[in-house]
Design a protein around this ligand. Structure first.
Ligand SMILES: C[S@@+](CC[C@H](N)C(=O)[O-])C[C@H]1O[C@@H](n2cnc3c(N)ncnc32)[C@H](O)[C@@H]1O
Length: 253
């Protein structure tokens, strides 16, 4: 790709979710400065966890990056030697990921991108040693359906990163008879996303369910994962992680 073409790729709106180096000093412009710290925090939380869970390394292991957007975490897993498939429901995101791959020259035998709605995924059971499910749970109308698919296709570990509500107290609900109540610690908040058409970072349907931390554990357990761990953020993490408005969970098959 010529310098002119790379400049055009970088600077044709919308701004990017990730800052990619396209060579000769050309960086893709970020749509918000905070994203740089968010990505750094997630990397700092996820990479040590992968080291711990895959002591043999990721070389030649199969990985799925669900909702890969422009592919940043797919590129990261590829750089660790994995065979990676990145999928996203939006074609612009996948076109950008492919363009970055063409420029940076990552091995196309080990890294592919596809436009796919994860809810339509037809991969066989245990297809991927590692699945990444970052920034998607709270954008879905059918989060439990997605987690069941995720459990089916994951062989060992799934990394889930999500926005969380601050609901700590149990939700009290009537239950079948006057004076009978349930106290339910796991809760989902409904969010009607206002910008589904324009926002290529968000849901592609209108309604989303934002979980609290107890709900993430409950849902991953119900999907079949045997153990769920919350990853502690480092001291210099983005404030959203320190406040537990966002969190990273490890779900073991
Ligand atoms: C907040 S971004 C997260 C991107 C990336 N995973 C990350 O965490 O850096 C949410 C992404 O989910 C994608 N997405 C939304 N619904 C999807 C679905 N049903 N299947 C696949 N991707 C979806 C969007 O297009 C967008 O790229």
């Amino acid at each position: 790709m010529t310098r002119e073409e790379r400049l055009q790729l970088a600077h044709t709106p919308p701004a990017w979710m990730y800052e990619f180096d396209l060579g000769e000093g050309i960086l893709t412009p970020l749509l918000s400065r905070e994203l740089r710290q968010i990505h750094r925090t997630r990397q700092d939380m996820i990479l040590p966890a992968l080291d711990r869970c895959f002591r043999e390394g990721l070389a030649n292991l199969d990985c799925l990056d669900v909702a890969c957007n422009e592919g940043y975490f797919s590129f990261l897993l590829h750089s660790l030697g994995a065979r990676v498939r990145g999928i996203d429901v939006r074609s612009l995101n996948v076109e950008r990921a492919r363009a970055v791959q063409r420029i940076q020259g990552q091995d196309s035998a080990r890294l592919t991108f596809a436009v796919e709605d994860f809810l339509d995924n037809r991969d066989p059971p245990d297809r991927y040693h590692l699945t990444l499910f970052l920034g998607l749970l709270y954008h879905l109308e059918n989060p439990m359906g997605a987690l069941r698919i995720l459990h089916r296709v994951t062989r060992r570990l799934c990394v889930v990163e999500t926005q969380l509500t601050r609901q700590q107290d149990p939700v009290v609900s009537g239950w079948g008879a006057a004076g009978t109540f349930l106290e339910l610690p796991a809760a989902l908040a409904i969010y009607r996303e206002p910008d589904v058409e324009e926002n290529r970072l968000a849901a592609h349907r209108g309604l989303s369910f934002i979980p609290n931390a107890a709900a993430v554990r409950e849902m991953l357990g119900a999907a079949g994962f045997s153990r769920v761990e919350l990853v502690a953020p480092p001291a210099d993490a983005n404030p959203q992680y320190l406040a537990q408005d966002r969190a990273v969970f490890l779900a073991f098959k």
